[in-house]
Design a protein around this ligand. Sequence first.
Ligand SMILES: Nc1ncnc2c1ncn2[C@@H]1O[C@H](COP(=O)(O)OP(=O)(O)OP(=O)(O)O)[C@@H](O)[C@H]1O
Length: 208
Amino acid sequence: MQLSHSSELFRAQGLAVGEIGPLELTLQPGECVGLSGASGSGKSRLLRALADLDPHAGQMWLDGEPAAALMPWDWRRRVALLPAESAWWHDTVGPHFPAVPSATALAALGFEPAVLEWRIDRLSSGEKQRLALLRVLTLRPRVLLLDEPTANLDRDNAERAEALIRAYLDESGAAAIWVGHDQAQLQKVAVRCYRVEAGGAVREDQAA
Ligand SMILES: Nc1ncnc2c1ncn2[C@@H]1O[C@H](COP(=O)(O)OP(=O)(O)OP(=O)(O)O)[C@@H](O)[C@H]1O
């Protein structure tokens, strides 16, 4: 089925993984929505299902095209997951980037270009988190799946990350789903919020 809502960027219909869901969600260009819930409620599993990384029920569309029409790797490049714990497999930072990030982009998260030469084993958890955010943005995804993207950051760096993500959504027309525990932050960054309830039901959070 092809969808023809001209301004609709993304749709998930009946998305469920195990007992988590179903999630009914549409995203417009530039929108960021929040996803919260108790620890272990299933937020990360839902993000992995949205990235088509794990088997799931339901259907998804991007720019009107069904997920099934795209190769899984192509879907994951367009609907890109920033996991809570990033993976690093080269010795230094630079080779992990599909395209060299600009000095401006690095500076936006507090780095000098020399960071690209740094060894991975010297990175702090917050440095890894900021660099992983820059890395996923270089893919220029249409939908960003953000799993607690500022959990390891101090307030200044968290605000820098929030501003960079907002600037990317505004400039590209992409959308984001932001998993977080900090309700004040979610209210600031998200246009609306969903909550994974005990038992796995996902509801729009009217209190947010
Ligand atoms: N492949 C899987 N199959 C079955 N259960 C799983 C699988 N992966 C994770 N789980 C379980 O599902 C539950 C939800 O995990 P998930 O990582 O999605 O929680 P979360 O809401 O993101 O939690 P947190 O806020 O602590 O990061 C956990 O109890 C976890 O052990």
